[in-house]
Design a protein around this ligand. Structure first.
Ligand code: ATP
Length: 471
């Protein structure tokens, strides 16, 4: 097979479609901008990423509990969180081509009009003044579609955690410092979705809100920033393509005392550029306080939302006491919060980009070097030929291993083609049952990354995989 040509990102997108990792949503109708579907391999990969996160962040820790909240919540949640007033991007329209752009992304946008109809350069005289565009998607639960029934699809999972803080303290024996974790869909009406799944309108987040005593919050902020960075490298993201970027003061959100982004050098970005995978933010007591008091104040105590005509904050909080009494300290306080907020789709895309490898010395040069924990298929079993008693030996081995891991059986096509298919799917180990198996009971096992083969006794296959997959 010839070496693949074209730019790396185009080849990754093509492989994702060809092998069933990611498809455009509603493709048979021409697609819908900003929405994506995960095919059979993609859904396993993304699930493995979410499962790894859940196991490492929730199940293996004694200071974390999980939660699964509804996507549509009481509209007041978004008023008190600040999203209703503040969650917007600046948007500009091009008068010539009528296209809409995010003001801060103008330089790298392409004009959708043909060059003959439009110069393609959005110099200021053709653009409208930037104006705010709220990113929350609206919906109207119930039979009447009016203002009173307007609700929003959540733009982040975090607020569901804050509004359940008291429920969790009351229903479990967990004590501050502790975290609440949630994985789920979020929606943002992005002005210009782009870069494959990187910026979508529907996406999944994996978020933690970690509650601690204010005096310990800086220590926990540093802890989570480093722990989250190391999580990505432990699953195979190369540390030279990952970086931690501390936000400058001018870049911080109105509530944040410190934020770091974990960023990855995605191949669709210019050389030397990085894109956000996860934000780790020190949010102080902003969220719990806002849901208590309805006052949106920043860390300097300034009101960030207008007062109503009566001089009181426009939006009322829940009025519920969301403070915490610490038995050991004998002290009541509003916990400070550290928020590591990761995107499951951006994570999946980063692991796909990292795994994509071209090895021109192979007959089929494209392969996906997924970490064994993330690989959608863990092993494949091939009788060398589909006769001579080999399937009768191969199938029982396959059936036994299948009880433990997702594995595949393939008896068709040349052995080279079968290896190539598994390399593209990112399967770390392939076992071949051949003539020698009949004589001495050994099978060959081939390593995806090196192509090296060794023979092991067929009775050792489960043991072999147990050891290798635990890496
Ligand atoms: P960006 O600056 O790229 O718009 P953000 O800073 O608004 O991202 P956060 O609000 O911190 O993002 O959301 C946390 C995480 O959720 C991000 O790090 C990212 O992984 C994911 N995420 C946010 N918006 C999108 C989106 N439109 N599509 C896919 N993932 C997203």
């Amino acid at each position: 097979m010839a070496a693949p040509t074209g730019n790396v990102m185009d080849r990754i997108v093509a492989l994702c479609k060809r092998r069933g990792f990611i498809f455009q949503s509603s493709e048979i109708y021409g697609g819908i901008n900003g929405f994506w579907d995960y095919g059979p391999l993609g859904v396993e990969l993304k699930r493995n990423i979410k499962d790894a996160w859940w196991k490492d962040m929730v199940q293996d820790r004694e200071d974390m509990v999980g939660l699964d909240c509804s996507i549509i919540m009481h509209p007041q949640v978004w008023k008190c969180s600040g999203h209703f007033d503040l969650f917007s991007d600046m948007m500009v329209d091009c008068k010539a081509c009528k296209a809409r752009f995010r003001a801060d992304q103008l330089n790298d946008m392409q004009c959708p009009m043909k060059p003959s109809k439009h110069p393609g350069e959005h110099d200021k005289c053709q653009l409208t003044e930037p104006r705010e565009f709220n990113l929350m998607l609206e919906t109207y639960p119930g039979p009447i579609k009016d203002e009173a029934n307007r609700a929003f699809l959540r733009p982040e999972t975090a607020q569901g955690i804050f509004v359940n803080f008291k429920n969790i303290c009351d229903s479990t024996r967990i004590k501050v410092p502790f975290g609440i974790a949630q994985v789920g869909k979020s929606f943002r009406n992005e002005i210009t979705p782009r870069n494959f799944t990187f910026r979508s309108r529907e996406f999944e987040q994996m978020e933690i809100e970690f509650f601690c005593h204010p005096s310990e919050s800086n220590k926990w902020y540093e802890y989570w920033r480093d722990a989250r960075f190391n999580w990505y490298t432990s699953l195979g993201l190369a540390s030279n393509k990952l970086r931690l970027r501390e936000h400058g003061k001018e870049e911080l959100s109105h509530y944040s005392c410190g934020t770091s982004d974990i960023e990855y050098a995605f191949p669709f970005l210019a050389e030397g550029d990085f894109g956000e995978l996860e934000g780790v933010a020190h949010r102080g007591d902003f969220d719990l306080r806002s849901h208590m008091e309805g006052k949106l104040v920043n860390k300097d105590g300034q009101l960030v939302v207008d007062l109503g005509p009566d001089g009181k904050p426009k939006w009322k909080g829940s009025g519920k006491d969301l403070s915490y009494f610490d038995d050991e300290r004998k002290e009541r306080f509003i916990p400070h919060v550290i928020e590591p907020s990761a995107g499951a789709d951006r994570g999946t895309l980063a692991f796909i980009c990292e795994a994509y490898t071209v090895d021109e010395s192979r007959p089929s040069p494209e392969l996906m070097k997924f970490h064994p924990r993330l690989a959608p298929i863990k092993a494949a079993f091939f009788p060398l030929v589909n006769k001579d008693g080999l399937p009768e030996i191969a199938e029982p081995i396959y059936r036994e291993v299948r009880k433990r891991w997702p594995v595949q059986y393939d008896a068709k096509a040349s052995i080279g083609k079968r290896y190539a298919r598994m390399d593209e799917a990112g399967t770390p180990y392939c076992f071949t049952i051949d003539g020698q198996t009949k004589e001495d009971g050994t099978v060959t096992v081939r390593d995806r990354d090196t192509g090296a083969q060794e023979r092991i006794d067929k009775s050792r296959v489960v043991e072999y995989l147990t050891e290798k997959l635990a890496r």
